[in-house]
Design a protein around this ligand. Structure first.
Ligand code: 5GP
Ligand code: MG
Length: 173
């Protein structure tokens, strides 16, 4: 397969350093009594390396949870189920971490679902944001922007493989 590296491991790491600083600033600007009420929620499976590398660069105290979100595609309402007790986010500032925001359908549904609980706030943060018109959700924080191309590596799959790559790649030719 002909491929090229779009974002190297060094570039990813450097950009995660910057994002961690941004998130630490966001958390330090929360009201004092709420600063230890922060929960990061990773969306499995694509988020794994992103969450692991990013959260270890963040200095502020936080909780960490993961959810698997599945939508019933045949259901006209596009209902989404998540394997999490929504009560556990009550009184917390939630920061959702995902690998990629493409159409934004997934993040939009997850934000709506988590809003059924009583979080203090919900922010979204992605490794890669695809530049597309009419997105259903625009992430609050992003590491990279890409055009409408298919990418893989660093958690993102290519037919369920390649998640283990240290960099992010694109097929060429
Ligand atoms: P959405 O369209 O709902 O924003 O994205 C849904 C999911 O599609 C993402 O979380 C991701 O798992 C997958 N996806 C979208 N674009 C790509 C891509 O370029 N590469 C890979 N590996 N997955 C993608
Ligand atoms: Mg995903």
């Amino acid at each position: 397969m002909n491929e090229k590296v779009l974002f190297s491991d060094k570039e990813i790491s450097n950009n995660l350093d910057k994002l961690a600083i941004e998130l630490d600033i966001y958390i330090s600007n929360l009201p004092k009594e709420e600063r230890n009420k922060v929960i990061f929620i990773g969306l499995l499976s694509g988020c794994i390396h992103f969450v692991s590398d990013l959260t270890r660069k963040i200095k502020s105290d936080h909780k960490l949870a993961f959810i698997k979100a599945s939508s019933y595609l045949n259901n006209k309402r596009g209902d989404l189920t998540i394997d999490m007790n929504i009560k556990s986010i009550d009184g917390h500032h939630v920061i959702i971490l995902d690998d990629i925001c493409d159409t934004g359908i997934t993040l939009n549904s997850v934000v709506n679902k988590l809003s059924e609980g009583s979080p203090l706030s919900i922010k979204t943060c992605v490794l890669v944001n695809k530049i597309l018109p009419n997105k259903q959700h625009k992430p609050d924080y992003k590491v990279f922007d890409v055009d409408d191309v298919f990418i893989y590596g660093y958690g993102l799959d290519y037919n369920e493989y390649k998640r283990n790559l240290k960099d992010i790649r694109i097929k060429i030719g």
